[in-house]
Design a binder for this molecule. Structure first.
Ligand code: KG4
Ligand code: ZN
Length: 347
């Protein structure tokens, strides 16, 4: 029997809707928000207004593309948090009203859990290989950087996390220092393609255990550029590609060294990546090399499931449903990941 799920994602600056039949993808539509470009980062108030404009057409398109009528839907899954509260309120309010009006089961989804569970989306006619439990997932986005030990779908332990900036933030801040547009991660990736990653060296942080730090790297990049600009005002323009390749090299080094350490200390060789930064081509290349030398079984998601998307929300909603995970229709959004375990405001 088919189980049709509509997923809704609105945690940051992408409004996304997807329709799945169980874990099988039928449609996945995302509207980005150009309005933030001029500000060098996401402006929360502008984001929630843009979500309000986009949410109806995006859901309409997702249903049409999936050739599913709203009366056929069984489950509405939406992002409850973490994210920007104003943005989350648009998606969660819509999801609650839509589920009530169409007599659907309503399921709230944690955005970070969904990034990990994106690996279980089946998006082609031939069944895709999925990670075996337990696996390690390096979740790297604009707001989070963590190594998650995934014991089962809803039994996840964060065994390493950033103590300051996220990896995506490090990319975006480095890009901003070079005067590049937001979000800078994809721009740095593109500029670095043909450049020398060893042109400039930046010190790597010495953090105990499996935690990460990126703020020191950002500061040394900033000071390095400031000093060079004193000697040559065109320094950035003249060395843009090598600068991009070198900072990317440092960020990828920090990420992959800790992931390697996590695999060695846990003995787990099923390795996955998730989140916006997992689109980075240098990170993907390095992980493929490590898969060879460390005998990893590596799972890299297709590009459309790396950055924020509703397909990952829908698949997580479906998995929560079949594994009978609790979900309250009164659940209110939360901004920070830690808050998901606090249910005092659920009624
Ligand atoms: O997961 P995501 O779409 O949104 C959050 O939940 O944060 O991640 C967005 C982050 C941004 O910082 C963006 O610069 C980064 O992912 N990103 C990349 C690439 N594509 C997106 N960073 C490096 N290389 C890329 N190709
Ligand atoms: Zn995300």
């Amino acid at each position: 029997m088919s189980v049709y799920i509509l997923g809704i994602e609105s945690s940051c600056d992408d409004t996304s809707a997807a329709v799945l039949d169980g874990t099988r993808l039928l449609s996945n539509i995302t509207a980005g928000q150009e309005v933030h470009r001029a500000y060098g980062g996401v402006v929360p108030e502008l984001a929630s207004r843009a979500h309000q404009q986009h949410i109806v057409p995006v859901i309409d398109t997702a249903l049409k593309e999936a050739k599913i009528h709203k009366n056929q839907l069984h489950i509405i899954a939406y992002t409850r948090g973490p994210g920007l509260l104003g943005s989350l309120l648009v998606g969660s309010s819509f999801a609650k009203a839509f589920a009530l009006a169409n007599n659907c089961v309503l399921i709230d989804v944690d955005h970070m859990e969904a990034h990990v569970l994106a690996h279980f989306i089946q998006n082609s006619d031939t069944p895709k290989k999925v990670p075996q439990f337990p696996f390690l997932c390096l979740t790297v986005s604009g707001g989070h950087t963590q190594i998650v030990k995934v014991n089962h779908y809803f039994d996840m332990e964060i065994i390493g996390k950033t103590i300051d900036d996220a990896a995506g933030e490090a990319f975006d801040k480095a890009a901003k220092i070079m005067g590049l547009a937001y979000p800078g991660g994809p721009v740095i990736d593109r500029l670095a393609q043909t450049a020398n990653p060893n042109a400039y060296q930046f010190p790597e942080p010495k953090i105990e255990g499996l935690d990460f730090s990126f703020s020191g790297l950002k500061t040394s990049f900033l000071y390095f550029i400031r000093d060079r600009l004193k000697e040559n005002p065109d320094f950035i323009q003249n060395h843009m590609n090598d600068l991009a390749a070198s900072i990317q090299h440092s960020i990828v080094n920090i990420l992959t060294n800790k992931l390697k350490k996590a695999s060695q200390t846990t003995g787990i060789k099923q390795i996955a990546i998730a989140g916006g930064v997992s689109a980075n081509s240098s990170l993907r290349n390095r992980l493929n090399e490590l898969a060879q030398t460390e005998q990893w079984e590596l799972y890299i998601p297709p590009f459309e499931f790396t950055t924020d998307n509703a397909a990952m929300i829908a698949v997580t909603g479906y998995l929560k449903y079949i594994h009978e995970q609790p979900s309250s229709p009164y659940a209110i959004p939360y901004a920070r990941q830690e808050a998901r375990y606090d249910h005092t405001n659920d009624r």
